[in-house]
Design a protein around this ligand. Sequence first.
Ligand code: SF4
Ligand code: FES
Length: 217
Amino acid sequence: MTSVTINGRTVEVEPGTTILDAARAIGEWIPTLCFDERQDPFGACRVCMVGVEGAPAPLPACTTQVRDGMVVDTRDATARRVAGAVVELVLSELPEPPASHTELAAVARQLGVSGTRWPGTVHERDHDDRHPYLALRHELCISCGRCVRACDEVQGTFALTATGRGFDANVAAGLDQGFKDSACVSCGACADTCPTGAIAELSLLDLAPEPLHEVTT
Ligand code: SF4
Ligand code: FES
């Protein structure tokens, strides 16, 4: 077993356990966006940063494995600043705030991020709504890759593809012909994992509450 101290509490975990899993096992909260416990960690968003004693900078909790004797501070001020800045940047690219029931809105609330200091170019609205059950709102996509991995790793359908780079990064169904004409089998795994509501089941879209807060522009 490996001994790790998290926020002053020492626990024994299996070798190879990530900081995130060890923290969650004792009820400590670490913000995440690209992580889904049903998928292999991806390490893309940098929202799950934590302080580790002796490390020169915060480390991503979802991909960093604990070492024996490691001392972790999930509330480290620098790590929280990094996470908050990442969420602010993500929000700054959206043309509207995420609906309050989404993971992105929850993480923003928990980190105390209610807008962005960096207003700029936002994604143009672009909806794929020809599928009878699933809608894709490209402008709400933050390129976390969870839907693509859900489709590949969980469902084995390979109907979704990551496209573009940087600001233009997004997802496409099939060869960008839309959900309706792709290999999609309507399992809903993509909508279930999407942290922003960019992919949503139409029935849930109808029930979605109003956005909790406005992005400051
Ligand atoms: S559609 Fe949703 S799950 Fe897929 S990459 Fe974009 S934000 Fe992530
Ligand atoms: S949740 Fe760890 S890098 Fe995204």
